[in-house]
Write a protein that binds this ligand. Structure first.
Ligand SMILES: NC(=O)c1ccc[n+]([C@@H]2O[C@H](COP(=O)([O-])OP(=O)(O)OC[C@H]3O[C@@H](n4cnc5c(N)ncnc54)[C@H](OP(=O)(O)O)[C@@H]3O)[C@@H](O)[C@H]2O)c1
Length: 301
């Protein structure tokens, strides 16, 4: 039996689909067990219960491989990166108590303990915890994940469709190497089938300079927006203003800093095969037509 945290969410859903298609049994731990989902009775849902890891251990009883996608994108209320680290440690403890043999843990490319990058720092801390745990492990490090439910690429397209101008932070020459969500799920499931301890990037076959990616998206969606360069603080201010209008957090400082520091590029041989340029071309008609709402996904249910 397998457990996928967040099987009704984004990446976790693709992992669960693959496991089920391969004839595997899947349960999920989720923040919202009652959420509408495509799996029906095929995926039994249990609530996260980070305060009581014994209860989570009971939920994980009989599980051989745990696929963990749980994380928070930004601090909001008590859902902070610090809390997400503590919660994940509780989950690891529960998995050990339940006798889970292997964990496939979703991290991020180039995790780093830099204090100014809490997202990347939390991921680095958790990688250490996973390596210390008494289970075999696979740590998967995606760059940026794209696909139907994607947030970043979709929302760049959303802005390019509607605004007269689009601000690129800095010189726009930093890199980004997105990975397709189906590739990400395939890599995770393949790693779940192994027994060795492994850490691997999940990155696509194309690396773009950020500005080139924005131009590619703009062309695909027929945007006439003027592309301008400005300092990072101005891009963050613009994103914050848009976030206020849309009731969301569009972009965080550490996401922008991580992007500009080339942390969303892998130094390994690409493990994803799907080209973002092909996917954008195939999805140009719908890309960015609707805003992808992070807060809507996790806080307004
Ligand atoms: N998306 C990307 O581009 C990207 C890039 C690099 C790394 N990653 C990593 O890939 C993993 C999966 O990302 P995803 O985008 O596919 O995530 P997701 O499906 O939106 O969420 C994954 C899990 O985290 C929980 N979660 C997310 N935000 C939360 C919040 N604010 N409060 C409480 N619970 C929250 C979800 O809860 P529910 O079960 O209630 O839905 C779900 O269980 C994460 O570890 C992320 O760090 C993603």
């Amino acid at each position: 039996m397998n457990a996928v945290t967040g099987a009704f969410g984004y990446t976790g859903k693709y992992i669960a689909r693959r496991l089920i298609a391969a004839g595997e049994t899947v349960i999920t731990l989720t923040g919202n067990p009652g959420r509408a989902n495509e799996f029906g009775d095929a995926v039994k849902a249990f609530p996260f219960d980070f305060e009581h890891f014994e209860a989570m251990a009971r939920s994980l009883s009989g599980v051989r491989v745990l696929y963990n996608t749980y994380w928070v994108r930004f601090d909001r209320g008590d859902a902070t990166h610090h809390r997400a680290v503590e919660n994940t440690i509780a989950l690891i403890r529960a998995a050990q108590m339940a006798g889970v043999e292997r964990i496939v843990h979703v991290s991020i490319a180039n995790p780093t303990v830099r204090p100014d990058l809490p997202y990347f720092r939390g991921k680095a801390q958790l990688e250490d915890e996973i390596r210390r745990a008494k289970m075999s492990y696979a740590i998967v490090r995606p760059t940026v994940i794209f696909g139907e439910e994607d947030i970043l690429i979709n929302n760049i397209a959303f802005l390019l469709r509607r605004l007269p101008a689009f601000l690129i932070a800095g010189d726009g020459q930093y890199g980004i190497q997105p990975v397709y969500v189906e590739d990400m799920a395939r890599i995770a499931v393949e790693l779940g089938g192994r027994t060795d301890n492994v850490t691997l990037d999940a990155a696509g076959p194309e690396t773009f300079r950020y500005e080139d990616l924005v131009r590619l998206i703009a062309k695909a969606v027929g945007s006439r927006a003027l592309l301008m360069h400005g300092p990072p603080w101005m891009a963050l201010l613009g994103a914050r203003a848009m976030g206020l209008v849309l009731g969301d957090v569009m972009l965080t400082r550490d996401e922008l800093d991580g992007l500009m520091a080339n942390l969303l590029v892998s130094n390994e041989i690409p493990t994803g095969t799907t080209k973002l340029s092909d996917w954008i071309a195939a999805n140009a008609a719908t890309l960015g037509k609707r805003y992808a709402h992070e807060i809507g996904r996790h806080y307004r249910r």
